[in-house]
Design a protein around this ligand. Sequence first.
Ligand SMILES: [Zn+2]
Length: 481
Amino acid sequence: MTIIGAIDSVITRLADAADNVLIPYKSIAVGLLVAQTAFELYIIRRQLPCYSRPLPPPELKNHMTAEKYKKAQAYSRDKTYYSIAQHIFSFFQSLIFIKGGYLWTWNFAGKIMDAFGISRNHMITYTLIWTVVTTLISGALSLPWSYYYTFVLEEKHGFNKQTPKLFFMDTLKTYSLIAVLGLPVLAGFLKIFDWAGKAFIPWLMLFVIAVQLVLQIIFPLWIQPLFNKFTPLPEGEVRSRVEALATRLHFPLKHLFMIDGSKRSSHSNAYFYGLPWSKQIVIYDTLMDKSSPAEVEAVLAHELGHWYYSHPMRLMLIAQAHLLFTLAVFSVFIGNKALFASFGFDPALAVGPPRAVCIGFTLYQLLFGPIDTFVQFAMNSRTRKYEYQADAFAVQLGTKADLKTALIKLHVENLSSPHSDKLYSMYHHSHPTLPERLRAMDEYTGGNWLEPKAAHPARLATTEQKKEEEREREIEEKKEL
Ligand SMILES: [Zn+2]
């Protein structure tokens, strides 16, 4: 028996065992939802005492006035209460969907099909209509929340710069984009399931990778300009510093943009994107306003550390592996009649034709989605490691003092929470806390994080020496001519 044959027979055996009407799938889904919500509320609850601490952590005490500290505590406390309320709301929303909401929306989509005289056997059309119906319902339910967050919470603490008009235009644009890009991709997915049958995993993975590559290209070109204005960073000290940094590191910088982040919020940032041979750096106007040129350079030295160590690529590979795992387990549940029946669906939809793959996947996610709670801890621990690496990279480039003041300024200006509960931080933060980062920068004594490439700071000296020699040789040659 070949390996594929062996895997196939294991999957078939597992699938048979799982397709059992005695397994109470719906009750399991409710139980998992309760457990997950309780766990998340417990974690949030642990963070609350941090807001009653009278003093900032020692690393920050010289950089925060008493007034700033009070403001940061009040902002973080408000955000935490908001998050508790939202968790409770979304618990009931999910419960209603599990208890019959999914079935109701499915039947409702069927009635729309009937009204247009389309046979319910056109499963791709049926699924697309169902997706639109559920997206609109959950969108309508989440809209008041995001409105409150922007216009009450952020407004109260002085961060909101949006007008209601801009807010609704953004919402409209987002949903139009989901329709224009998301629905054809979903149709593609369903087509692959139909066409590839049991061997859907490799084809689906290839399709996902292709879609991601296309998105990488069109996102900065067409999508982001719908929301923000990009202007070339004006000539000046920041521009020349960043360009010099890029040249020094052999970073393939094609464009250097400033983005009007201040249109929506006064939170600030900087990032890079693009293909391996042609990159763009984007700096928020808010970062430019609040930091000195040397600090902007230090922030970008950190960002280029992410590039140097291929962090975005590594994260993408991890996401790919996660998707592969999700699909592999799904292949056990894809034709599970008991699962469909447990949620009130016609079991024939599990096997088809026509097969309601999207419903199958949604129900499967109710059972296996909660596993992602643990994946989140692992992902955060990984991204934290990357943050330390990028900080160390910036330190090796000699920007330590400026990076420290830049991060402290950002932290203070953004009113980030001065204290964090350990478990809360492990679950919610992709970055180490500021005191942790400052400490790590001070403790960092050099040494190689990974094998140095040509552009590694440790090797720059020799590269620059070589360049100098080359230049001298050129001059010599010219003299000879
Ligand atoms: Zn970073």
